[in-house]
Design a protein around this ligand. Structure first.
Ligand SMILES: C[S@@+](CC[C@H](N)C(=O)[O-])C[C@H]1O[C@@H](n2cnc3c(N)ncnc32)[C@H](O)[C@@H]1O
Length: 176
């Protein structure tokens, strides 16, 4: 299903748009390693999701993003709530549901975040959308061998050309 961005203020890159198009409407969105936060801000603006969580390990990135959000994007009448987490993704202790995006970092970083969250039993995302900078196939295999990682093994791998570089997104759905 394709989600139309209504009046989104950022034109997302093709890679970010492909990620955005795979978010599950009506559920929370977790934007791990969010940096600029464009994906999560678009998700908030769309009004299609119940919550948007911004996670980045660099505190001033989250501080600036929250400030910007409060000044430019927060709407009192929005049905979507925004949360800001200035901490490493793997350190979260909250229950994580809905769509989880971890993109733009190395495959090892993604693996470590997922390892930590699954070990604690807090990761019960309906969909995981993973966009490592490289080593996508390796990440796919590592995850299949990760204890406590119980997602569908016939997951989708989407290829996207970004500025002449072939990149891939791994999409895992929860086993029902
Ligand atoms: C290149 S940006 C990625 C931005 C965006 N997600 C994308 O795909 O374009 C990487 C961000 O990940 C953050 N980061 C790296 N490792 C992290 C971790 N373990 N937990 C949370 N944030 C992390 C960095 O602080 C940085 O802001």
């Amino acid at each position: 299903m394709r989600i139309l961005s209504c009046g989104s203020m950022f034109k997302l890159s093709r890679r970010m748009q492909l990620i955005y198009d795979h978010l599950l409407p009506g559920k929370p969105v977790w934007d791990f390693c969010c940096d600029h936060g464009y994906m999560g801000l678009n998700a908030y603006e769309s009004g299609l999701f119940t919550e948007v969580h911004f996670v980045d390990q660099v505190p001033h990135i989250i501080e600036r993003l929250e400030q910007r959000f409060q000044n430019e994007y927060f709407r009192e009448d929005s049905a979507c709530q925004a949360f800001f987490h200035p901490q490493p993704g793997g350190a979260l202790e909250l229950s994580i549901q809905g769509s989880v995006v971890i993109a733009g970092v190395g495959a090892h970083s993604i693996l470590e975040i997922i390892r930590s969250l699954t070990e604690k039993g807090v990761l019960s995302a309906d969909r995981l959308i993973l966009g490592p900078q490289r080593d996508e196939e390796k990440l796919f295999v590592w995850l299949q061998n990760l204890p406590h990682f119980s997602y569908k093994s016939d997951s989708e791998i989407l290829a996207i050309d970004e500025r002449g570089r072939n990149r891939k997104l791994l999409i895992f759905d929860k086993i029902l």
